[in-house]
Design a protein around this ligand. Structure first.
Ligand code: LLP
Length: 404
């Protein structure tokens, strides 16, 4: 993304021209950025030679998954829907891990049939269910057990997953009991210890703590895990203030850990692969004077991008056509949905805006479209990908007919 002659350009294409062709609200992804993120991830963790499983929940677009798969990544899935989609996108089953606290018997049957790399289990009941199905299918199933390490990831509460009050994984005592149970089972092949403490983590310390908890527990189990799946969670620079997780430092901490444990490392990154590759371009429908601020009413809403309403997440907003005339007014960017939380950002000192102006909401590649809905019976936005100077429509705009 850059400005040339004050016009916002995404990989060489003027955002204004994209809108003339495809209308708004419009999700636009940069292939160049996705590739750079993947290259960067691989480079930073090179010493570990990890298996990188893209977290499909962050963005499940078929064409994007295909591209990501072609660059060698596997997939982290959490439902049969995501599993089928990952397979259909050409990701081989031996690079797919399946997480989630509530996998149904149907989902487990399918995962076993497809011989995926690992089913990462999250409870005793799930382990018993898998064992029952494995016995029925006369197969031995490769599984992991997700540990809840009781660590504060120092991120938003709503996306924290590794504290003892969270529903994810099992606590230390039950982890050790379950390892002992699996050791004796004919139908379960325990291969992996998995963990994921949260998302949008910017501080290395929680990861450091997590690794030392893992070390302690692995010793107690006296078990060799072929894989250690460290999940995802690597944070990105939403606020454009250069605060990013130090991946090189993280890699060297893991290297020390790996030397002692001699396990293959798995990562499940979502946001750090795709987050900053996406823009949501939107048009101003109306501007309304409010109490001490102006409401900039966009044609994009919380159904298109849920993160601000759901987590008070910050996404930068930038103009599609830059001007030098700053306003003293406070602008609140909102959507047309009938909810007070349908707002994106409040900004002071923005350039003066007019009705029909275009803006772009930044860093929406992860948990943007995948969290979108038809709330207020609004059709879903179109998604396009810019790759090697070509524009590809990667999902069509829903029509009213699709909905009504
Ligand atoms: N692995 C597991 C087991 C997970 O639960 C998640 C995310 C990931 C990997 C990928 O995490 P990432 O690298 O993308 O941070 N909707 C929220 C984020 C929820 C994350 C859920 N789990 C958001 O918009 O911030």
């Amino acid at each position: 993304m850059k400005y040339s002659s004050k016009e916002l350009k995404i990989d060489g294409y003027k955002a204004k021209i994209l809108v003339q062709k495809y209308s708004t609200p419009l999700y636009c992804y940069s292939f160049k950025k996705i590739k750079a993120n993947i290259d960067n991830f691989k480079k930073n963790f090179k010493e570990l030679n990890p298996l990188i499983c893209f977290s499909v929940k962050s963005n499940s677009n078929k064409i994007l998954l295909k591209e990501i798969g072609k660059m060698g990544l596997g997939a982290d899935v959490v439902s049969i829907g995501e599993l089928v989609r990952a397979l259909k996108s050409g990701i081989r089953s031996n690079k797919i891990v399946f997480s989630g606290v509530g996998k149904t018997a149907n989902e487990i049957h399918y995962a076993i049939k497809k011989k995926i790399l690992l089913i990462n289990t999250e409870s005793k009941s799930e382990i018993l269910e898998i064992e029952k199905i494995a016995k029925y299918q006369k197969k031995t199933v490769d599984i992991g057990i997700r540990l809840n390490p009781n660590i504060d990831a120092e991120t938003l509460n709503q996306i924290s997953t590794g504290k003892k009050e969270n529903k994810f994984g099992v606590l230390e005592k039950s982890f050790i009991n379950l390892v002992n149970y699996c050791k004796k089972s004919k139908y379960l092949n325990l291969k992996c210890l998995s963990v994921h403490i949260g998302s949008q983590i910017l501080n290395i310390k929680p990861y450091q703590k997590m690794l030392s908890v893992l070390e302690k527990i692995i010793k107690k189990t006296k078990y060799h895990f072929e894989y250690i799946d460290l999940g995802g969670g690597m944070g990105i620079d939403y606020k454009n203030n250069n605060k990013e997780l130090d991946l090189i430092k993280y890699s060297s901490l893991i290297k020390n850990f790996q030397i002692k444990n001699n396990s293959k490392i798995i990562f499940e990154p979502g946001r750090s692969i795709i987050g900053n590759s996406g823009f949501l371009i939107s048009k101003i429908v109306y501007i309304k004077e409010g109490h001490k601020k102006d409401f900039i009413i966009l044609d994009a809403a919380m159904n298109d991008l849920m993160r601000p309403a759901l987590y008070k997440a910050t996404h930068r907003i930038i103009p599609v056509h830059k001007k030098n005339n700053k306003t003293k007014k406070i602008y609140e960017f909102v959507g047309p949905i009938c909810e007070s939380t349908d707002k994106f950002l409040t900004i002071k000192n923005f350039q003066k805006l007019y009705e029909k102006d275009l803006i772009a909401i930044c860093d929406v590649g992860a948990y943007g479209m995948s969290l979108s809905s038809n709330y207020n019976l609004r059709p879903k936005a179109m998604e396009i990908l810019i790759k090697n100077s070509e524009i590809k429509i990667i999902s069509k705009r829903q029509t009213l007919n699709d909905l009504i």
